[in-house]
Design a protein around this ligand. Structure first.
Ligand SMILES: Cc1cc2nc3c(=O)[nH]c(=O)nc-3n(C[C@H](O)[C@H](O)[C@H](O)COP(=O)(O)OP(=O)(O)OC[C@H]3O[C@@H](n4cnc5c(N)ncnc54)[C@H](O)[C@@H]3O)c2cc1C
Length: 319
């Protein structure tokens, strides 16, 4: 029994994802309030752990952790959480975080608040605010018992400050259960592992199913190239294979904060809007004047998306 806060770090490519640093910032506040430590768990190959503002970084290496699989990573995380029994486990509400959070909740018999946008200490209690119905409702939850897990939506907290301490690095032996992991990752779809990070883009050209055909993605790409902006899209266009998964914006994708978000043929479902709320400027093109994207956009047009994409690209072409 202790008052530690354990952050499960997530790695993409050769660095930690932004939400890991955001969780660390809040973990420090919570651990201070409860008189515990901030611990970080890194499963598999780790970027520089000294970049993490924590009291200790626990690393675990095993061939089955080299590439992400639910089976191996959930087993490894469970092994550590069961052993250390921290008061609170914080994970990012990403595909991986949601995957592991559910398994930890079941196996450790701890309550899990997913889609959390706030986690705070009220005395000894853990209180979280979670999103319901795609963000239409916010539920404030007092976690039963004094042990819990929160999967936090990216962008909910400011990132941790640059560490002024060097965390103790501790290698944790992997559990023998990892040897029996049967899942064999076949690899990342071509091109996705080297793709750019759209969360860092200052402008995005975003496309939805209103483009109607994969052939029109090239029309959108021409404008994106002319503007020097990457292409991004809705879950639907990524499901259709028009764009790689790395370009998927929204609740189950990534949250973006560009200075300008130019959206073409996107309806503006709540799950998509959740990913673009922090954009400075949203300009929407949708033939349906009642489309919800217009409630989020500062400027809009009901022009045909493909026609507008072509016209804008022509205007940007040097004579
Ligand atoms: C649990 C859950 C998680 C989800 N997560 C995400 C997520 O992370 N990201 C996400 O994007 N979605 C997510 N979704 C799906 C979401 O609910 C919507 O289905 C999706 O965002 C719609 O994609 P779309 O706008 O491309 O397509 P549609 O909703 O089909 O919209 C297409 C739009 O194009 C317009 N249009 C048609 N023709 C033209 C034209 N010629 N010119 C201009 N406009 C035109 C139409 O009026 C329409 O508004 C999630 C759903 C669930 C249930």
């Amino acid at each position: 029994m202790n008052n530690d806060v354990l952050v499960l770090a997530e790695v993409a490519g050769d660095s930690f994802i932004d939400p890991t640093f955001e969780l660390l910032g809040r973990a420090r506040e919570l651990a201070t309030a409860w008189g515990g430590r901030v611990l970080v768990l890194v499963l598999g190959p780790s970027p520089d752990p000294t970049a993490l503002d924590a009291d200790a970084v626990l690393t675990m290496a095993h061939p089955k952790l080299d590439a992400y699989t639910s089976e191996a990573h959930a087993r490894a995380a469970y092994h550590v959480v069961a052993e250390i029994d921290p008061k609170l486990v914080l994970l990012a509400n990403t595909t991986e975080g949601m995957d592991i959070g559910g398994a930890l909740s079941l196996w450790c018999q701890r309550p899990l608040v997913a889609y959390a946008v706030d986690v705070r200490a009220e005395g000894d209690a853990i209180v979280a605010t979670g999103q319901l119905f795609g963000g239409k409702l916010l539920a404030e939850v007092l976690l039963e018992g004094d042990r819990g897990i929160c999967a936090v939506v990216g962008g909910s907290f400011p990132p941790a400050r640059v560490p002024d301490r060097t965390p103790a690095i501790q290698a944790v032996p992997p559990p023998t259960s990892l040897d029996g992991v049967a899942t064999i990752p076949l690899g990342t779809p071509p091109g996705e592992d080297e793709d750019i990070d759209i969360t860092k883009a200052s402008m995005l050209v975003a496309i939805g199913r209103g483009l109607k055909s994969p052939d029109n993605v090239a029309v959108a790409r021409a404008l994106a190239d002319a503007l020097g902006a990457p292409l991004s899209g809705t879950s639907q266009v990524c499901d259709l294979g028009w764009l790689p998964r790395t370009r998927h914006v929204g609740k189950s994708g990534v949250k973006v904060r560009p200075r300008a978000y130019l959206s073409f043929g996107i309806s503006g479902a709540p799950e998509h809007l959740e990913g673009i709320r922090e954009s400075e400027l949203i300009i929407a093109c949708n033939t349906d004047a009642a489309a919800p994207i217009f409630d989020a956009a500062q400027y809009g047009t009901t022009a045909d998306a493909v026609e507008l994409l072509k016209a804008l690209t022509d205007r940007l072409r040097p004579d």
